[in-house]
Design a protein around this ligand. Sequence first.
Ligand SMILES: [Zn+2]
Ligand SMILES: [Zn+2]
Length: 714
Amino acid sequence: IVNWCPRCRTTISDLEVEYDERDAKLYYISYPLIDDKGKKTLKSIVVATTRPETMLGDMAVAVNPLDKRYSDVKGAFLELPLVGRRIPVITDDAVEMEFGTGAVKITPAHDPDDYEIALRHNIEPLVIMDEGAMINGNGGVYEGLTREEARKKIVEDLEKEGLLVKVEDYHHSVGRCCRCQTDIEPYLSEQWFIKMEPLAKLVIDAINKGKVRFVPDRWTRICLSWLENARDWCISRQLWWGHRIPIWYCDECGEVIVSVEKPTRCTKCESSKLHQDEDVLDTWFSSALWPISTMGWPDVGDDFEKFYPTDVLVTASDIIYLWVARMIVSGLKFVGEVPFHTVYINTTIQDEEGRRMSRTHGTGIDPMEFIESIGADAVRFTMATIATQTQSIRFSADKFDIGKYFTNKIWNAARFLLMNVDENITGVNDFTPERVEDIWIMDGLNGLIEEVNRGYEEYRFNDLAGRLYDFFWHSYCDWYLELIKNRFYRPENEDERLSAQRCALYVMDGWLRLMHPIMPHITEEIYSRLPHTSGYIILAQWPEVKEIGDVISAREELEFITEVIRSIRNLRTEINVPPSKEVDVLIIPEGDKYREMTERNAEHITTLAKVADLDIKMSASKPKMAISSVVAGASVYLLFEGIVDADKELKRLTRTYKKLEEEKRKLTLKLENENFMTKAPKNVIDDVVRHLEEVDRKMLRIGEHINKLRGENN
Ligand SMILES: [Zn+2]
Ligand SMILES: [Zn+2]
């Protein structure tokens, strides 16, 4: 018995049948018992079925041997209604006493379970439908009707004869063809099968010995459980395209010949009258040959020797059984070696409602359109960042903003760099950093190389994509390029200018190569424009860690300086200094080490924090008209006299504070109102609670600002 699609007119595999929950009817039909002389008696057995049309193919009625209700009818015969065929009552353990009446009709040619029962009882199956699921000549007066028409007519006829006892509503699942959605007909036909048990054992063994591993690991168990329960595989298909089944039949003696080469004579009777089986192999059988046939198998040439077995298969979870396990089968069976040592299963992206994206069901997006709108690299990068190995992800276009903005950022940074480097710059590849910010960024690149390598080795693509993003956006763009801008614009100091160019190019180049596997297009484009490179990035060497100078003190110094700059920026925001306005700052370092660091980087501080006058003093009394902040290694004072009108600012903040107080009062009243608390929906109450927390946070912050302005304003 195979799964037959009456529209595609071919068998389809168990894995290609999709199931639908459906409301249906359960029909109770009375089958009269007949006596020794072949006469109908008044007694009968009632059977229940969802598919009354299949009764045309009934060859028996079965009951459970333990079922007391039927103990006196075992071995008796029934007359099949509408058809008149004499059929036996048989007993079989497989019959469930709880289903329907406990008596089931046996239609061996159209039901896999019935087929098994019929085999055990030596009952001949009778096929009652043709390949298009129309009732055939065995269906008597119903010949030529479709399944649906036959059901209607048979139910009517049974009703007329008073044999339809009752009809109940019934809910069950129905198999459909995954290609055309037509209901599957279980169908008895002659097909070729592969005995799976010994082959599955080969694969189970290989997995258990660690010759193939799945990433994430949970798929190992899922694959094993399928293999342990694998049913024999029907591999013949009644289609036009495919590998033709390598089986020939002798027209003289009927011998079946299996051969790789086309045979010329019958192996039994020597006849030359042979014809090949018309069927082709299941697509998945051919696909299972992919790892070996692409390498030239059955010829074992140079490609095969060099490239088989391969390393990693990257694929989706829904074809682990259909394809992955079967590739391992053919690798082990035909060449004795697994085709790959690792199977990486991608995270599945579902549609916005959490459904599987499917072309047949019209769910999901057209990736080509999406790529057209935001670019392939943006899509690829986002996919890498969300591939967390944990579960399926719901698609939303917003998620892809991160890739879109990042691609723009990369492009703009590269353009800025290219505008500021000499066309014939040399000494980039063997550049040795001396200045602290150069050592710091190259040290950062070294760390990044190690982390990205580890990420690729462990298939943690989201981690490595995230690190590449952070390094580029925050370390390279936010800090490094800002720190060296002044050196770019300094034609009088050749060494400072050129070393800045070399270091910026060195790091950009290394980063592009690390990024290339995820964003191949933009990295190739920028690489081709870098003045010191030649050829293609795809052929370039993978970056390697480079020994550089004193990275420990460079890290310490940059950490200190960036903290100082950040704290000045925060102070500016706190008291509302307009972004364009420069401020005066006093820094009191804790000890000579921090004083030297501050002095060495005074220019960085003044440029990046918009400072007009930077005063560095080892000790000083607290300045008037200033707000302050403490970082590890120094106290930072922002002097706001003449920058912001302290009184005006105080008034503004106080006004805001009062407004918040009023808001807090109203929200609190609401939460104390019993009527509101009992009647409002939970999410509304939650919103109020959240709002109140937010107001509290704002009040705390503004209160601090007010205190700073007041306390230090005298
Ligand atoms: Zn179909
Ligand atoms: Zn022969």
